[in-house]
Design a binder for this molecule. Sequence first.
Ligand code: PAF
Length: 276
Amino acid sequence: MERLTTFEELRAYAGAAPRPLGLVPTMGAVHAGHMSLVERSSRECAATVATLFVNPAQFDDKGDFARYPRDAEGDLAALAAAGADAVFTPPEREVYPAGFATWVRMGGPALPLEGAARPGHFDGVATIVAKLLIGALPDAAYFGQKDGQQVAVVRRLVADLGLSVRVVAAPTVREADGLALSSRNGLLNAEQRRGAAALHRALQAGAAALGEGAGAAEAACRAVLAKEPQVSAVDYVALVDQATMAPWSGQGEAMLAAAVRVGSVRLIDNLLMSAD
Ligand code: PAF
């Protein structure tokens, strides 16, 4: 696996790589969910570049940035084992050089849910994703559906900037009890880890109630969360349009999304669904 640390190296690698080229952006703390994205890109593309950069601009809480798990050597080994041909690991100064002043400011799907809870988060995501897409000009870029709002934001970004890249949203990888794989799961103690499985159960209960309407779906989800003592707060439960993140109108594909706190750890998850 080739290691690239500057945008110039990324451009040179991507320019010479066999096509189609797949890009898998990550912030490290690589788990089986990230590896499934790299594996899928390796199956579908002739070359795969993974990226590994803990992006300070998308953390509204500096403590969260400091606590974010980092294991560069383990991450590089995991990305190589999953089939990445190259990894782009820029230092912070490469991404945000002195005097950096150009940001992507996202509206639309970036505003509710995570956007409301974490001001500036999606501007940080959109800025780094735009830089990576412009740097590598890949044919396909792979993201996990666990961050369903991020997928909608990236699709909006790609459409609005007129980028020629296929955005692939890969299914959420889950533990046996349904908990979505996340770099934050490792911050849970044993009791919290057991209780965290309620999030997926709650979303399933919401999906089962969708036939009775959006209100019933959200209420069924909240009812399961309310019964779990390890869930210390529910930030939101919302049934939204998959593309716009606006409240679901009853037409088109929906996403039931929730964000909860288990102890001090914030977890998000979602299920895609339609009323048909
Ligand atoms: O999903 C993530 O890990 C990050 O938001 C991403 C897409 C790598 C941008 O920093």
